[in-house]
Design a protein around this ligand. Structure first.
Ligand code: ENP
Length: 266
């Protein structure tokens, strides 16, 4: 009856399994957590309720049970480049995006919703945000985003996609609406914005223009020390791993053999 995909099969096993995987293997530094209690809190946020009337605060207990600190200088906010962020963050080893925290890790790539008149999960379909914004998944990410932003500190990274059609800094968007307003000014020393274009994609947005300019102005007005860089080199290396022959992937060092317009690659 809804337009969105139904609940991911085996949701309970995935949530409990992800929880143990995270606390035992991915990031044991978070310490002991009660994974079955975490599943109960997750489920009770939306089960047996109108799937269009789930609020971020319904996940309060889930967040309390999964919460752990976010290491300073490791927060990585993003829009429209989830797979790139996943590889770049390297499950918290390089950066800790929301999907690398226990609370984000549990929900990543999953779908879920309940039904008002039944204790079961709806495996057939779930409401999309266009159908109703107070759905189980949207409210989960709102609560997770708010928590993540409130506990981010030190140097903050923001990785945006300069080829995104709706702009590198989409409004509305989680970063614009739930993360920026919840950053704690006193705990943040600097914000780096990285705008990276898809290797094959158009260059629609860059530092100092269009939506990125809007973002830079907003953050500066809020009093942050902001530095924006186009096509950050480390991120480019990662993109180039899969497309080494792309013209954007010629290593700069090979250009010391540059004569007028010819770059000799040895
Ligand atoms: P999209 O639309 O590119 O990607 C959504 C996918 O990323 C879904 O598979 C979703 O899991 C997963 N995901 C991981 N973290 C988030 C998240 N944090 N979030 C919504 N989905 C997330 O992402 P968005 O909508 O632009 O969100 C990006 C935001 O995440 C940025 O603000 C970034 O700073 C933040 P699922 O369960 O929906 O399948 C917040 C909202 O971390």
């Amino acid at each position: 009856k809804w337009k969105g995909e139904g609940t991911t099969q085996n949701l309970e096993s995935i949530v409990i399994g992800r929880c143990f995987n995270y606390i035992r293997i991915v990031n044991p530094a978070v310490g002991e957590k009660n994974c079955s209690q975490i599943w109960e809190a997750f489920k009770n946020a939306f089960i047996n309720k109108d799937p269009c009337n789930i609020l971020p605060k319904d996940y309060e207990l889930f967040i309390n049970l999964t919460f752990h600190t976010i290491p300073p200088n490791k927060s990585l906010f993003w829009e429209n480049n989830q797979l790139l962020v996943n590889s770049f963050a390297d499950r918290g080893r390089r950066y800790m995006s929301l999907g690398d925290t226990l609370f984000g890790f549990i929900g990543d790539f999953l779908n879920w919703c309940g039904q008002a008149d039944s204790p079961g999960l709806d495996y057939e379909s779930c409401p999309t945000t266009l159908e109703c914004e107070n759905n189980a998944v949207e409210s989960f990410w709102r609560m997770a985003s708010i928590t993540y932003a409130q506990h981010s500190s030190g140097v903050i990274q923001v990785l945006l996609n300069g080829s995104a059609e709706g702009g590198a800094y989409p409004q509305p968007g989680f970063f614009a609406d739930y993360e920026i307003p919840n950053l704690q000014k006193g705990k943040i020393s600097q914000i780096f914005i990285w705008v990276v274009d898809d290797l094959e994609g158009p260059d629609l947005d860059s530092c100092g223009i269009r939506s990125v300019k809007t973002l830079e102005t907003r953050l500066k007005t809020l009093g942050y020390d902001v530095t924006c860089t186009d096509n950050n080199k480390s991120v480019m290396f990662l993109l180039c791993l899969d497309n080494p022959d792309n013209s954007k992937c010629a290593l700069a060092s090979t250009c010391k053999f540059l004569f007028i317009n010819i770059c000799v690659i040895l």
